[in-house]
Design a protein around this ligand. Structure first.
Ligand SMILES: Cc1cc2nc3c(=O)[nH]c(=O)nc-3n(C[C@H](O)[C@H](O)[C@H](O)COP(=O)(O)OP(=O)(O)OC[C@H]3O[C@@H](n4cnc5c(N)ncnc54)[C@H](O)[C@@H]3O)c2cc1C
Length: 70
């Protein structure tokens, strides 16, 4: 069986984002990364069935800083 340095289970948005960031990290430059996915393609489960509003840190930051605009 092939051997890899990093194995990520699940090719949803989280698994793909982790793989992307690791692939760009200097400390992982010569590391092999594999993503295993039980479906026949990536992003087939929750990541492609949400309401498409990005719940991310910068949105929370706007909410947190909202009182300073009042
Ligand atoms: C109804 C709903 C609405 C949402 N709306 C929003 C929204 O508007 N905005 C927002 O930012 N977020 C939203 N979210 C949250 C967001 O969609 C999820 O947090 C995000 O998609 C989760 O990504 P994930 O990669 O962790 O999971 P998933 O997208 O579920 O990916 C997990 C992957 O792992 C695979 N897998 C599972 N078990 C195995 C196994 N044993 N072996 C191999 N592969 C496996 C699955 O097939 C899947 O592809 C919503 C969630 C839901 C349920």
């Amino acid at each position: 069986m092939d051997k890899f340095d990093v194995c990520i289970a699940g090719a949803g948005v989280v698994g793909l984002a982790i793989a992307y960031q690791l692939s760009r990290a200097t400390s992982y430059k010569n590391k092999s990364i594999v993503i295993i996915e039980k479906e026949n393609s990536f992003g087939k489960i929750t990541s492609s069935r949400n309401s498409e509003v990005i719940h991310a840190g910068f949105i929370m930051q706007l909410i947190v800083s909202k009182p300073s605009y009042a």
